[in-house]
Design a protein around this ligand. Structure first.
Ligand code: MEV
Length: 315
């Protein structure tokens, strides 16, 4: 029996990535088909806390791990928050089905699973806000200026209208809708794309602020359409958002090809989701178009495609 367990879903950003780093709103939803989990076991052979990252085949000793090691940081920050000064002789085992660097929030979900498992091993349950804050601290190691959207969605496990620095607002979904999520197979660390956008913004702030404003207008329109159940209106908004992300320089040939293939096969619209330059593309589908869009995405090079229902709770 493990001493404690924790789990967290993946996420997709529906609208507003990148602009959200600059104070504009974003809409994001959890995705339950992919998840990270952690469990804590008592160790009798050693008195050192170790982390076993199963997918990476890596065993990390907490005392030897560098200060910025993301998994070790999640453990250290949680122990600190719980007031545990001396790390217990635990093994924290981590496993995730979320592709790394794909825009599905793998880093945030792994951190959230660790935070929950360590807290539960200490017989404590942390408030969602605290889980979210701890994951944010770890995310800052992955990329220096996270907006906070990823940690919020994986911690709260709800669709969220998010503005940096404001309490997350869960949003109403008037009528559930379907998304095809296609993995381009290109690993693309968020911090690289975020850093490139920052460089461009520093060089021409007015130009990029104007793009962020146009993205914000798309997010607001999408927020209204989702609330009143007009899913079909989301397709054209996704296309506009994708084009604005192209203008920010965060798309790539493969993502543009997947978007075109999805639209040609009957998707209502398509856009990259997350940091871009690779990672995932999302396409608006219906019960009728889901299968042809999925097969078109695979033919256009998608490594994997998930069709998911966006609903009030987990997608
Ligand atoms: C990454 O999932 C989303 C970005 O907007 C970065 C962030 O919000 O921190 C690209």
């Amino acid at each position: 029996m493990p001493l404690g367990t924790g789990r967290a879903p993946g996420k997709v950003i529906l609208f507003g990535e990148h602009a959200v780093v600059y104070g504009r709103p974003a809409l994001a939803v959890p995705v339950s088909q992919v998840w990270a989990e952690a469990h804590v076991e008592a160790l009798s052979s050693t008195n050192e806390l170790t982390i076993w990252a199963q997918d990476l085949g890596e065993k990390i000793s907490l005392s030897d791990a560098p200060a910025d090691h993301p998994l070790a940081s999640a453990v250290r920050l949680t122990l600190g928050c719980l007031g545990i000064v001396n790390p217990p002789a635990w093994q924290v085992c981590v496993h995730s089905t979320i592709p790394i660097a794909s825009g599905l929030g793998s880093g945030a979900a792994v951190s959230a699973a660790i935070v929950r498992a360590v807290a539960s091993a200490a017989s404590q349950e942390l408030p969602l806000r605290t889980v979210s804050d701890l994951v944010y601290e770890v995310d800052r190691l992955h990329h220096g200026t996270p907006s906070g959207v990823d940690n919020t969605v994986v911690a709260y496990e709800q669709p969220v209208y998010f503005v940096r620095g404001q309490p997350p607002q869960p949003f109403t979904i008037g009528r559930p809708f379907l998304l095809a999520i296609a993995d381009s197979g290109i690993a693309s660390p968020t911090r690289i794309a975020v850093g490139d956008v920052r460089r461009r913004w520093t060089e021409s702030p007015e130009r990029y602020e104007a793009v962020f404003d146009r993205i914000a207008a798309v997010v607001e329109a999408a927020h209204r359409a989702i609330a009143v159940g007009e899913a079909a209106a989301l397709g054209p908004l996704m296309d506009v958002n994708h084009q604005l992300l192209v203008e920010l320089g965060v798309s790539c040939e493969e993502l543009d090809r997947l978007a075109a293939a999805a639209r040609d096969a009957g998707a209502g619209g398509a856009k990259l989701s997350g940091g871009g330059r690779g990672g995932n593309l999302i396409a608006l589908v219906t019960d009728r178009t889901a299968a042809p869009v999925e097969s078109a995405l695979r033919q256009a090079g998608a490594l994997n495609v998930i069709v998911t229902r966006v609903d009030h709770g987990l997608a």
